[in-house]
Write a protein that binds this ligand. Sequence first.
Ligand SMILES: CC(C)(COP(=O)(O)OP(=O)(O)OC[C@H]1O[C@@H](n2cnc3c(N)ncnc32)[C@H](O)[C@@H]1OP(=O)(O)O)[C@@H](O)C(=O)NCCC(=O)NCCS
Length: 180
Amino acid sequence: MTGNNGLGLLTIGRLAVTEDPAVSAAQVPFTRWGDGIVGTTPDAQFQLRVNQAVVSRAGGLVFTVGLDGDVLSAFGIGGVATPPAHRRHGYAGLLVRYLAAAALGLRQVDTVMLFSLAPLVSYYCGLGARVVRRSTLIQQPGGMVPLPSNVKLLAWQGTELSRGLWRRDGGAIEVRSLPW
Ligand SMILES: CC(C)(COP(=O)(O)OP(=O)(O)OC[C@H]1O[C@@H](n2cnc3c(N)ncnc32)[C@H](O)[C@@H]1OP(=O)(O)O)[C@@H](O)C(=O)NCCC(=O)NCCS
């Protein structure tokens, strides 16, 4: 995803969300997921700026999800990070809400997903995400493996197809992307 990806540019007064191709992934190290999980770098990096200062950033990528024989197109948000000096001003929340809403506004996106460590689940749920409780497989170089128990898959409800993420019956959900 580059430049004209449809997520656009947000400018409200002093606030701006822009795509930031120069920033290398400000990601939470995958080692925090446990040993042996291989991740990928998001397709695009987004930054929230206030008066030119970068106050929060996140990565995004598009991938597919296998769900009960259907294929969903998902936009993943990851590597959410706010520099320590700017924390607790609502900046990460603003950026995540914006990216989720903008991605759900794209015709080709069925849902928005995010992997969360347990302590932050309620925070992201406050930003509109819901915990996906169905068993989940994630892509790894050797094939699909179960999502580690210390990580929760969160998703925003989007198209009708995405409602299946919260159905209790059915097989495992297949996230067809390395974690981001
Ligand atoms: C998590 C993080 C992105 C939040 O950024 P932020 O701009 O301060 O976020 P907001 O101001 O929107 O919200 C702050 C909220 O973060 C939550 N939070 C931050 N760190 C937390 C932690 N370790 N455990 C639980 N909650 C935490 C709190 O709920 C807090 O809400 P409160 O101020 O109402 O109590 C930031 O703390 C960070 O960069 N942490 C290190 C990287 C990281 O863990 N990223 C998450 C990857 S899933």
